[in-house]
Design a protein around this ligand. Structure first.
Ligand SMILES: [Zn+2]
Ligand SMILES: [Zn+2]
Length: 309
């Protein structure tokens, strides 16, 4: 299971319909939070996102992307949380988040580790080694060293063919498990059977890419190559494309061009300007002219990311 739930999809300020940026990614029962705009903790309660998370990833430090961390950490402290928490963000994260975490609380009763990341970094887990996936950090174009994150699952073993295993004389049981793991097995009659031919070629894992605020750029296209899901900001529509350029944001069409160039499977637009708060149909229409598999996020929307095969 891999899914994303949008907790906030409005640019710059909240509206009645949309809160500011935050997105929860749930993979095999583990919850990761990307951005934590003001009010995120309440959105988590509202949309059933677990507070049992240990990592938050920030793309940059504009107020609409991180102010919610102050209240969230305080609530977690009140819940007598003991597990440590790691916050990731670009240059400046240490100073800024340290200040934020001192606001309004005497002491955070659990360990909060802040790590500064830069494009090219691959984030391993702060505790157990992250064995099934990694998180790549890539550059975005929004000023101030902004970054995006790509969750990339490692390759999976190939498909096991029970008929072929039986035909090769391998009895059902622990030996099948060994074959599934790619090992060669020895049979009671002295023969050995290799996994090759019984287990198919390794299959790719899933890739989910989260840009945060950015102009359309080559670094995002590179990071999103073949992504199963690209979550790209689309603050503006075509009629405000000049404003998008001036403010370091993207239009829906520009986001679609990035998805097309990256050969992504699906595109979700988020971080929409308040004028599209009630209806973002115009953004979807403009994007779909370039990239058909586009939807615009809404608060509370969950999108499953299935394996392509
Ligand atoms: Zn923003
Ligand atoms: Zn921003």
């Amino acid at each position: 299971m891999l899914s994303v739930t949008f907790l906030g999809t409005s640019a710059a300020r909240p509206t009645v319909e949309r809160n500011v940026s935050a997105m929860a990614l749930v993979r095999e029962g583990e919850t990761l939070l990307f951005e934590c705009g003001e009010g995120t903790q309440r959105q988590m309660m509202r949309y059933g996102v677990s507070f049992a998370l240990s990592e938050i990833f920030f793309t940059h430090f504009h107020a609409d992307h991180f102010l919610g961390v102050i209240g969230l950490i305080r609530t977690l402290g009140l819940q007598t949380r003991a597990e440590p928490m790691t916050l990731y963000g670009p240059k400046g994260a240490k100073k800024l988040l340290a200040q934020a975490l001192q606001l309004g609380v005497e002491r955070v009763p659990f360990e909060v580790d802040v790590r500064e990341v830069k494009p090219g970094d691959i984030i391993g887990s702060n505790r157990a080694p992250r064995t099934a996936y990694q998180i790549d950090v890539f550059a975005t174009e929004h000023g101030g060293g902004s970054v995006g994150y790509a969750l990339k699952e490692h390759e999976r073993p190939g498909r096991f063919d029970p008929e072929k295993a039986r035909a090769a004389g391998v009895p059902e049981g622990p030996l099948w498990g060994k074959l599934q793991r790619g090992e060669t097995v020895g049979l009671a009659d002295g023969r050995t059977v290799k996994a090759e031919g019984i287990v198919g070629p390794t299959r790719p894992g899933r890739v989910v890419v989260f840009t945060g605020d950015t102009r359309p750029c080559a670094a995002v296209v590179d990071a999103a190559q073949g992504a199963d899901l690209l979550i790209h900001e689309a603050t503006f529509g075509e009629e405000e494309k000049e404003r998008a350029k001036e403010t370091g944001h993207s239009t829906a069409r520009e986001a679609a061009q990035v998805a097309l160039a990256a050969k992504a499977r699906r595109l979700v637009l988020s971080h929409v300007s308040a004028r599209y708060s009630i209806s973002a149909d115009e953004l979807v229409k403009e994007a779909r002219e370039v990239f058909k598999e586009t939807v615009v996020a809404k608060d509370g929307m969950t999108i499953e990311v299935p394996f392509p095969d």
